[in-house]
Ligand binder design. Structure first.
Ligand code: GAR
Length: 210
């Protein structure tokens, strides 16, 4: 099967959605390890409780980003992954790290990119008054939150929405989109063509819209 390493910083609900998909029979991917930059990341405990190897590479133990990224890459590469998945991993990665995993590094971001890169995406969406919002799974490139888009999940913004309500609605669709993309990757159907993605046999790469 396709070997995955998942990087997290916190809760790990996207990790769980991917891990649960990987447990279904005949699923073509396997999580080899979960690595966190914070020892108290809740997702670590969940992974350990489900028999997935875990590692911590704390950014606090390293003098600068380059040293942290080098240590992180050493841990990742020991598992020889086909893909490295960022799932709520809240550190900015160096160009060197991103280059090392070119075409193999994937992120989920809680907005419909290129709208609302960075942090507080649900707040940004409410302030902008957009009526659709969602999440994006994309290849990571050196420019933050701007890599080639693999798939998007779309949700409505409803009258009276709070940040929390909107975040929860988006999260529901995140949990559908990331496993779907992992399946495509594992089936070898995702092609990176310059800065565009093609998925073999898949004309529609959105979830949540007909
Ligand atoms: C998710 O909403 C994910 O899209 C977001 O953090 C949350 C992690 O939740 N990622 C980013 O903001 C990346 N900059 P989880 O730990 O429960 O998967």
């Amino acid at each position: 099967p396709c070997r995955l390493v998942v990087l997290i910083s916190g809760r790990g609900s996207n990790l769980q959605s991917i891990a649960e998909a990987c447990r279904t029979r005949g699923w073509p991917a396997e999580i080899r390890a979960v690595i966190a930059n914070r020892p108290q990341a809740a997702g670590l405990q969940w992974a350990a409780g489900h028999g997935i190897p875990t590692r911590v590479v704390s950014h606090r133990d390293h003098a600068d980003r380059a040293a942290f990224d080098a240590a992180l890459a050493r841990e990742i590469d020991a598992f020889e992954p086909d893909y490295v998945l960022l799932a709520g991993f809240m550190r900015i990665l160096t160009d060197g790290f991103v280059g090392h995993y070119a075409g193999r590094l994937v992120n989920i971001h809680p907005s419909l990119l290129p709208l609302f890169p960075g942090l507080e995406t649900h707040k940004q969406a409410l302030e902008a008054g957009v009526q659709v919002h969602g999440c994006t799974v994309h290849f990571v490139t050196p420019r933050l939150d701007h890599g080639p888009i693999i798939a998007q999940g779309v949700v409505p913004v409803l009258a009276g929405d709070t940040e929390a309500a909107l975040a929860e609605r988006v999260l529901t669709v995140e949990h559908r989109v990331y496993p779907l993309v992992v399946r495509w990757l594992a089936e070898g159907r995702v092609r990176l063509d310059g800065d565009r993605v093609q998925v073999e046999g898949c004309p529609q790469r959105t979830i949540g819209v007909e």
